[in-house]
Design a protein around this ligand. Structure first.
Ligand code: KG4
Ligand code: ZN
Length: 338
C-alpha cells in the first residue's frame, strides 16, 4: 500500500497567519495566529498584515509541525494560498512555501482561497461529506458566491456579489452601530436578544443569481441618521433589535438567491462555507429551509468557517492526487478567479 501523503498547508491571504498538517484527509494539526493590531484601526491594514505575517510564519509552521508530532522530513508536499487576498500578505506565505518546497525538495501546490473554503467540507471528522454535485454558498469578508461544485477539482461560480461581500455588509453595518472590527460576530451575538422584524431596510433588486449589499448599507445609514436626530440614544436603546434586523436582512438576501439557484440547477445538496457561515442565524434559517424543503445541508465546524490552513492543506491533497503542481515561477494573485 502506498504511503498516505502528509500535506503542510499555509494560509496568509488576509490577517491570520495559519499553518496546518493533514495526513490524507485527517487533521494532524491546525494553527491560527490572529493579528489583533487591526482592531484599533477598524479594519485590516494591509502593510501591517504583511509585516505581522513575516514575524509569525516560522513560529506558526514550527508549532504545526510539533503539534502534528512529525518532523519536516515527513512532509510530502506543501500547499499555499495563491489568491485571492491582499498581495503583500499572499507574498509572505507564497515566498515561504516556495523556499520550503525547494529546500526540502518536495512538490509545491498553489490553492485558490475560495476553493479552500469549500473543500474544508472534505476534512475527515467522521461526519458525512457532501456528494457531487452540490451548491455551496461561500460567504466571507471579501467574497459572496454561489458555487456549483462538480468534483474536488472542478467547480464554477454561478452567482457573485456586484459590490460588497456579505461579511463586509456585516462589518460595515457594525461600524455604523459603533461596534469594533470585525463586527460580524458581534452583530450575531447582540442579535440573539433582538427582534429580526423590528426594522425594515431596502431590499436589492439584482438580476439572476448575483448579490448586492451596498443599497442595504445606505438604507441602514439613513435609518440610523434619521433616528439619531430624534433620539441621540437611538442606537444604544435599540442595539439588539438593530442587530437582529440587519442580520435578518443580510441572511434573507443570501437565502433568496440560494433558493433561486436550487430552482435553476435542480441541485438539492447544499453547503455553506467562509467566515459568515459561522453566523448562527444563517445556520438556523438554512437548517429550517432544508428541513421543510427536503434538501441535504452541510454546515462546517466553526474552526473551518473562518480562515485556516486546514482548508488549504485539504485542497492541496486533492491537487496532489491529480499531480497538479506549481513551480518556482508561481506568483500570488490578489484577484484570482477559479
Ligand atoms: O473567511 P473569513 O475568515 O475571511 C475572509 O476570507 O474574508 O471571513 C471573515 C468575515 C468577516 O467579515 C467577519 O465579520 C465574518 O466573516 N464573520 C461573521 C461571523 N463570524 C465571522 N459574520 C457574521 N456572523 C458571524 N458569527
Ligand atoms: Zn476566507
Amino acid at each position: 500500500m502506498s504511503k498516505i501523503p502528509i500535506i503542510l498547508g499555509i494560509e496568509s491571504s488576509c490577517d491570520d497567519t495559519c499553518a496546518a498538517i493533514l495526513q490524507g484527509q485527517k487533521i494532524l494539526s491546525n494553527i491560527v495566529s490572529n493579528q489583533d493590531i487591526h482592531k484599533i484601526y477598524g479594519g485590516v491594514v494591509p502593510e501591517l498584515a504583511s509585516r505581522a505575517h513575516q514575524q509569525n510564519i516560522i513560529p506558526v509552521v514550527d508549532a504545526a509541525i510539533k503539534k502534528a508530532n512529525i518532523t519536516k522530513e515527513d512532509i510530502t508536499a506543501i500547499a499555499f494560498t495563491k489568491g485571492p487576498g491582499l498581495l503583500g500578505s499572499l507574498l509572505v506565505g507564497g515566498s515561504f512555501s516556495k523556499s520550503f518546497a525547494m529546500g526540502m525538495d518536495i512538490p509545491l501546490i498553489a490553492v485558490n482561497h475560495m476553493q479552500g473554503h469549500i473543500l474544508s467540507h472534505f476534512i475527515d471528522e467522521g461526519e458525512a461529506m457532501p456528494e457531487f454535485p452540490f451548491l455551496c454558498l461561500t460567504v466571507s469578508g471579501g467574497h459572496t458566491q454561489i458555487v456549483q461544485v462538480d468534483s474536488h477539482n472542478k467547480m464554477e461560480v454561478i452567482g457573485t456579489t456586484i459590490d460588497d461581500a456579505a461579511g463586509e455588509a456585516f462589518d460595515k453595518s457594525a461600524k455604523l452601530l459603533g461596534l469594533s472590527y470585525p463586527g460580524g460576530p458581534l452583530i450575531d451575538q447582540y442579535a440573539k436578544n433582538g427582534n429580526p422584524y423590528a426594522f425594515e431596510f431596502g431590499k436589492p433588486k439584482i438580476k439572476e443569481l448575483d448579490f448586492s449589499f451596498s443599497g442595504l448599507k445606505t438604507s441602514i445609514l439613513y435609518k440610523i441618521q434619521n433616528n439619531l436626530q430624534k433620539n441621540p440614544k437611538f442606537i444604544e436603546e435599540n442595539l439588539a433589535d438593530l442587530c437582529a434586523s440587519i442580520q435578518h436582512s443580510i441572511v434573507s438576501i443570501l437565502l433568496k438567491k440560494l433558493e433561486k439557484a436550487i430552482k435553476q440547477t435542480g441541485i438539492k445538496q447544499l453547503a455553506i462555507a467562509g467566515g459568515v457561515s459561522a453566523n448562527s442565524y444563517l445556520r438556523s434559517q438554512l437548517t429550517e429551509l432544508a428541513k421543510t424543503k427536503g434538501y441535504s445541508l452541510y454546515i462546517p465546524k466553526f474552526e473551518y468557517c473562518t480562515d485556516n490552513a486546514a482548508m488549504i492543506a485539504i485542497s492541496g491533497y486533492f491537487k496532489y492526487l491529480d499531480k497538479d503542481f506549481a513551480d518556482q515561477s508561481e506568483t500570488p494573485s490578489a484577484r484570482l478567479p477559479f
